[in-house]
Design a protein around this ligand. Structure first.
Ligand code: SIN
Length: 517
């Protein structure tokens, strides 16, 4: 609640989120009702068959809003991973020899299947991830945009000719699939991050072993069901399910060290990305790493303020703030700071927090305990450093946390700056001039997304070029699209997903030199 009309607004942190759910923590099992119940698969998918873990181990998948069990799935290990790698390896030659048009047609059929079941897929995402239904529906659409785009790209893996200095020579460069791809997907977009990796691999003629996210494997298994129905040959797509811990780490290591795997694509933390890079060194795999971000979001005093506020709300709180490109350090020009804070608190104060399935809910719970604990720690660190919580700031029951706005103390970097919060906490800093804010924005080890708002064309070019990130939103906080190269610089990793170059992560150039002509 914002006290309207005040020069120096004060905010009430309690009772703001009157819809904050109470008594939602339940025991027992929940029946996830789907229009097409076949999508709720509880076995993993290897070599065209639904299988249990070789060890017989299982794990629970929990609804993140109610904490009820929604399914039991396999908890697989190294042995299952090796079986999946063998299946993908055996299937590779056959799949690579299919014409690009055949690969296009199957991917296109999958696109239609996903459209047909979009509603059920969104409900599965809400249950296992926690995000609100509108975010989950957006994720299904986003996921399928990669399926459609890479169906179209399958037939466009053009090579080139390179003019030779010798008149008797002709050089032709062709593109060929790299081989089996190991694809490690995160829980924050349990469907979209898989289609963004798997579809370019399939379009290129590669086969894939997907390690579904531990906390949210059901979307991946539902996708496997549709892949099976569409008629992809056995072994072309294999989906493993892991449980957090030692076995999961060994599964990742097996994928990275196997000589049968030629490319590894991972989305997740910089810490894990570095481990995977080390493990992949022994077989020199082609790597694509989309790692953590810590996005600066800068609002200059010449910006359209309302546009900047509404875009920050979307950028920061989309999917409960659990995105790698979420605004993490928000820099507001001194002259507009108070007005910006007030407008932001007014909009964020309207959030309805609750079970993502419920009508009208705009923000769901976090995905896991560790994530919730991190936000609690960040809120405490901000307060300890002299920052002021102006909205929210409280943990709720289960995995809920209030959308929170904090004001950083003047001209001070906070201990939370080096590490992305990955949750619904927006920390606002003041800045005085362009050079200072660019320096502060770039003063971190990572660089995935970055945003700024300004109506000065010269500044748009200057700042856009100066920010050390892989993607810059200029007068927008929403940059994600299937059609752009998505990826980072510095310790946010390398490689690009989606867009015109996404398929290249799974292709190799081969040069044919014709001589004696
Ligand atoms: C991510 O959080 O890693 C992906 C976000 C997006 O593609 O929008």
């Amino acid at each position: 609640m914002v006290s309207a009309g005040s020069e120096n607004p004060t905010f009430v942190a309690t009772d703001t989120f009157k819809y904050m759910p109470k008594g939602v923590v339940k025991e027992g099992k929940e029946d996830l009702k789907l229009n097409y119940p076949a999508l709720l698969r509880t076995e993993s998918y290897i070599n065209g068959k639904w299988v249990k873990a070789k060890s017989g181990k299982t794990q629970k998948v929990i609804n993140k809003a109610t904490l009820q069990e929604i399914a039991q799935v396999p908890a697989q290990n190294k042995d299952d991973t090796e079986a999946a790698i063998d299946a993908a390896h055996d299937a590779f030659q056959g799949w690579a020899k299919r014409t690009p048009k055949e690969r296009h047609d199957l991917l296109y059929k999958l696109y239609h299947k996903i459209n047909e079941h979009a509603d059920d897929l969104a409900h599965i995402i809400v249950a296992e991830n926690g995000k609100a239904l509108q975010d989950a529906a957006g994720e299904v659409e986003y996921s399928n945009s990669f399926v459609e785009w890479f169906a179209e790209e399958a037939v466009r893996a053009y090579g080139k000719t390179v003019p030779a200095p010798d008149p008797k020579v002709r050089n032709v460069v062709i593109k060929q699939p790299i081989g089996v791809a190991g694809l490690l997907a995160p829980w924050n977009f349990p469907l979209a991050m898989i289609t963004r990796k798997l579809c370019p691999a399939l379009a290129a003629g590669c086969t894939g072993v997907v390690k579904a996210p531990c906390e949210a494997p059901l979307s991946a298994l539902a996708l496997a069901q549709l892949i099976d129905e569409v008629g992809f040959p056995k072994g072309v797509v294999n989906i493993l399910v892991s449980e957090r811990g030692q076995d999961e780490q060994e599964m990742g290591k097996t994928l990275c060290e196997s000589p049968k795997i030629r490319a590894v694509s991972f989305t997740g933390s910089t810490r894990v990305g570095k481990i995977l890079a080390q493990q992949s060194a022994s077989t020199l795999k082609k790597l694509s790493l989309e790692l953590g971000g810590n996005a600066p979001f800068i609002v200059f005093d010449d910006a359209d303020l309302d546009l900047a506020v509404s875009n920050l709300v979307q950028c920061k709180f989309r999917c409960t703030g659990e995105t790698c490109i979420s605004a993490n350090r928000i820099y507001i020009a001194d002259a507009i700071y108070d007005e910006f804070s007030k407008k932001l608190a007014e909009q964020v104060g309207q959030f309805k927090v609750g079970n993502g399935m419920d009508k009208g809910v705009t923000m769901g719970p976090l995905n896991n305990e560790a994530g919730k604990k991190k936000i609690e720690e960040h809120v405490k660190k901000v307060k300890d450093a002299g920052g002021k919580i102006v909205l929210g700031g409280n943990a709720g029951e289960g995995l809920f946390f209030e959308p929170t706005i904090a004001q950083a103390p003047d001209a001070k970097q906070l201990p939370t700056d080096e590490e992305e919060t990955f949750g619904p906490l927006a920390v606002l800093y003041r800045f005085k001039d362009e050079a200072d804010v660019i320096k502060r924005a770039n003063d971190v080890s990572v660089g995935l997304g970055g945003y700024f708002f300004s109506q000065d064309v010269g500044r748009c070019f200057r700042v856009g070029e100066a920010l050390e990130v892989g993607m810059v939103g200029i007068n927008t906080g929403m940059i994600s699209q299937y059609i752009i190269p998505f990826g980072g610089v510095k310790e946010s990793g390398f490689g690009r997903e989606g867009g015109p170059t996404g398929i290249d992560e799974f292709l190799e150039e081969k040069t044919l030199v014709f001589s004696g002509l």
